[in-house]
Design a protein around this ligand. Structure first.
Ligand code: RIB
Length: 319
């Protein structure tokens, strides 16, 4: 497929969180009551919503962001960052109080531990979120996560459904889903841990028929399409006919996995919105996530627009 033969510039709306990430790189994380000396510190822009928006934008989507920031210095920095990436910020509310922040610890093998303090992200309003979706001229895909109130994401997704747009939910950080949100979700993209929280005690693990069957049963029972991300093992797609496709990860040596799941979701959403076959949209997600783990930071580890174009071109050449 030629690059120009997918939908020219799809519109993706991300309803979600904006954080400032405070990342400490350390040879080991402290035990309770212990202080350790870190190796390096980086402050950067994060928030699962913002990260996914940035990834979709770097691939060439028109991106609108619905969220909330506080009245602190982080808010101004975050708005400048989003606008600088070419993301429409008119639906980012400013509310009294702190913006979202995320202290993060990263160990030498690239694994991370994250504490999100939601701040203004908790104040995203359902009516405003739905109103933004209704007011837009065009929208192909609406993407959400679980760092803002589920009621706000549900309202936005319901408005998206009214407009015929598809909805993609990354249920992270792991939490049980409110039925109202699940009811308006087309695509679910959990990792394995998040999947276990979603499925609860309805279908416990280690069944003889393996995880793929559990994923398939969950997708059938909830009426959603499902992609489970498996870190270094790639991803598993439940196809529309119920068959499963396992897509391997790019073989790389990770230095920092922070934001890799968000790179996947943003790129997958772009792929769907651009009209790629869903398997290729998953491959695109894997390519951009695999690229991100080779570099430190969150959004700072994501492919530049030029690098993203090369990775997208390789997927399009397969079709
Ligand atoms: O997925 C990584 C992100 O989780 C970080 O950017 C942090 O802000 C938290 O939202």
């Amino acid at each position: 497929m030629e690059a120009g033969s997918s939908r020219a510039q799809p519109t993706i709306v991300v309803v979600g969180s904006l954080n400032v990430d405070q990342i400490a790189y350390t040879s080991r994380v402290p035990a309770a009551g212990e202080t350790v000396m870190g190796d390096r510190y980086v402050m950067g822009f994060g928030g699962k919503g913002a990260n996914q928006a940035v990834m979709a934008r770097r691939l060439g989507a028109r991106v609108e962001f619905v969220g909330a920031l506080g009245d602190d210095v982080f808010a101004d920095m975050s708005i400048d960052n989003m606008a600088g990436q070419g993301i429409d910020t008119r639906y980012i509310a400013r509310v009294p109080g702190s913006s979202g922040v995320a202290p993060i610890w990263v160990e030498p093998d690239g694994t991370n531990r994250i504490i999100v303090v939601a701040g203004a992200n908790d104040r995203v309003d359902p009516e405003t979120a739905a109103g933004a979706i209704r007011a837009l001229e065009a929208v192909e895909i609406v993407v959400g996560q679980l760092e803002i109130p589920q009621a706000a994401t549900a309202a936005a997704f319901a408005a998206a459904r009214e407009r015929g747009a598809a909805t993609v939910l990354n249920p992270a950080p792991a939490a049980p889903l409110e039925p109202a949100l699940l009811a308006v979700t087309d695509w679910l993209i959990p990792n394995e841990t998040e999947f276990e929280i979603l499925v609860g005690e309805d279908d416990v693990g280690d069944s003889e028929d393996g995880d793929a069957d559990r994923y398939r049963r969950f997708a059938g029972r909830t009426g959603t399409r499902l992609v489970v991300t498996l870190g270094g093992d790639g991803a598993l797609l439940i196809a529309a006919d119920g068959s499963t496709e396992r897509i391997p990860a790019t073989p790389v040596t990770p230095v920092d996995t922070t934001g890799a799941g968000d790179a996947f979701v943003g790129a997958f959403a772009y792929g769907l919105a651009a009209g790629l076959p869903e398997l290729e949209a998953v491959r695109l997600g894997i390519a951009l996530a695999g690229d991100s783990v080779t570099k430190p930071g969150t959004q700072s580890s994501f492919a530049t627009p030029e690098q993203a174009a090369v990775l997208l071109g390789a997927i399009l050449a397969r079709i």
